[in-house]
Design a protein. Sequence first.
Length: 312
Amino acid sequence: MREQVQEVFTRLADEDPGPPGRRQTMGRRRWVSPQLVLATLCLVVLAAPLAVGATGDTLREAVRNGTTAKETEIIGKFNASTGAKGGYVTRQSNTQTGANAGGGAIYGCRGAAGGTAGGSAPCLRASNLADGLAFEFASKSGPAGVFGVGSASEPPFATNGGGLVTNLNADKVDGKDAADLTGAPGPAGPAGAQGPTGPAGPGAKWALVKGDGTILKQSGGISIASTTGAGGYYVNFGSSVADRPLIVSGAYVSGDTGARGTPIAEICGGGVDLIPCGPAGTNNLNHAFVRTFNTAGTGTDHAFYITAAAGS
């Protein structure tokens, strides 16, 4: 632009002889007429808007530059920096502070829906051609950013990633708040197929014992470990009967049908709620002691039923 103005100025000066009587100049100075100055100023004013935005033109501060027809590329090649500055090809920063401080950059466009995939470029695209991050948002306080859309029903962004986002607190699922997800229970569904039979539980263990210590009937695994001969019997259940209620009652069997007193029973093992049992191998939770009586309350051999009820 400067070269064009200088060329016009020189040409007009050479063609203008000046007013009569002033053609002679001292040394090499030329006469410049008022018409020449006015023409030059008009050229500058009229040509300046046409020159703005031309390819290779200088960007002007604080005004709108011309509209370009091609991309403006700013290319750099250097390493990242750990310092306060450096590491980026361009840097836009607004140093104004306060409640009304301006921003650092704004990008506007008029692209159609669909973005790059739909053939319309977005207003801003960050593309890392290697394996690193494409963008970072950093702020001293939250929120660090806002996604504004035309309608509150539209999604704020889309992604093709299905991985877990660390620290993302999703308050809504399919448009529902977390509180809305606990609705009234629905109707009961159809009954499922019956499952396999589970293992047998402990069940009750019982035995019918004659006065001489012979076991007439039982649930299985029970034996008489020892007798005292005066209505005392040490019953071995074959496994622990701890915490099981013991139930004992008199029994009528052949040759033992007379009246008798109420029998009693307790689990062996000693302690606060157990009885210490004397015969070898009986003072443990597998055994119980039973005592039968006559009507006078004296220990006497009589038949009885003993049951260790099912435990918890």
